[in-house]
Design a protein around this ligand. Structure first.
Ligand code: ADP
Ligand code: F6P
Length: 319
């Protein structure tokens, strides 16, 4: 039987993490389990920065972006000695289990702690939607809304000036933010790790669109693919559009979570507590066909991501 659990947020923050912290805390307290909030991810854990949470410590946080616990990256957490230190700190406080809200790197840390005897459950908190074992991650919907809002605004000014807006979005090797926003905003071109980058092809297409008489064009590109400013200059030099680049950057990580993210995070937080109460560890929680599910972390990390080919096909048909 578990009496005390910890909860931490790790890696890049995402809107909805607070809703997950709240759900974990309230569901655990409802089961008579004490909850410790751990500051700044694994860093705060190995530094012993934990505080006992009451029900009201998680009041008024549902609508807040970011994470009230703080998040951090601690590369040394891959070392067994650092993981053992974390286990010692948890044992000192008699904390039996942990909920880790983060991405796949954070999941690996959670799996290591479970192997060392502390049951951990991972919740997918990242705007990238790049975690296997779940259709959606906590924060993706909010980030997508932020991107769509920005691109809609860029479209207004681009069409007034016969411009092509090149918009770089986040995603960390995953094209979901780009292709979902491309579909939502009716972008002319989407470039992601899945589509590959062919500069000549982009310029040819823009020349074709200009000849068609289009007043503007939107190109959405995943980060880490090309220098969007240089591309915008080439667009100005070799098409009828004047090119302008916008890097949306960390704006995509902030903001009040959408209702969908709040509900998703709450459902996942509940599942994490239910699993720990049943004595399950080393699992991560996901949503599949609107059902909250869980898989062993190793299994989830090895799963192929659901193919996005139908989305790209649809984009091509609508453009
Ligand atoms: P994310 O969780 O969003 O994928 P990172 O990959 O930066 O973000 O991982 C977050 C943290 O998880 C890292 O800073 C580190 O503390 C921990 N971590 C990452 N990979 C591992 C690993 N292989 N083993 C143990 N801990 C890891
Ligand atoms: O994983 C979330 C994410 O925002 C990625 O989209 C991006 O590549 C990365 O984190 C940025 O990290 P940092 O906050 O360290 O700049």
């Amino acid at each position: 039987m578990i009496r005390k659990i910890g909860v931490l947020t790790s890696g890049g923050d995402s809107p909805g993490m607070n809703a997950a912290i709240r759900a974990v805390t309230r569901c655990a307290l409802g089961n008579g389990i004490e909850v410790y909030g751990i500051e700044d991810g694994y860093r705060g854990l190995v530094e012993g920065r934990l505080r006992l949470f009451s029900k009201t410590d998680v009041s008024d946080i549902l609508s807040r972006g970011g994470t009230i616990l703080g998040s951090a990256r601690l590369p040394e957490f891959k070392d067994l000695s650092v993981q053992k230190k974390a286990c010692e700190i948890l044992k000192e406080k008699a904390i039996d289990a942990l909920v880790v809200i983060g991405g796949d790197g954070s999941y690996r840390g959670a799996k290591s702690l479970t192997d060392l005897g502390v049951n951990c459950i991972g919740l997918p908190g990242t705007i990238d939607n790049d975690i296997s074992g779940t259709d959606l991650t906590i924060g993706f919907d909010t980030a997508l809304n932020t991107v769509v809002d920005a691109v809609d605004k860029l479209r207004d000014t681009s069409s007034s000036h016969h411009r092509c807006s090149v918009v770089e979005v986040m995603g960390n090797h995953c094209g979901d933010l780009a292709v979902y926003s491309g579909l939502s905003c009716g972008a002319e071109i989407v470039v992601t790790p899945e589509t590959g980058y062919d500069e000549e092809d982009i310029l040819d297409r823009l020349r074709y669109l200009d000849n068609l008489g289009k007043s503007h064009a939107i190109v959405i590109i995943s980060e880490k693919i090309c220098d969007v400013e240089a591309l915008a200059r080439k667009i100005s030099a070799s098409t009828g559009f004047s090119g302008r680049s916008t890097v949306l950057g960390h704006i995509q990580r902030g903001g009040s979570p959408t209702p969908n993210d709040r509900v998703l995070a709450s459902r996942m937080g509940e599942k994490a507590v239910d699993l720990l109460v049943k004595g399950v560890g080393g699992h991560c929680v996901g949503i599949k066909a609107n059902e909250i599910v869980s898989f062993p972390i190793d299994e989830a990390l090895a799963m192929p991501k659901t193919s996005r080919k139908p989305l790209y096909r649809l984009f091509d048909r609508l453009v």
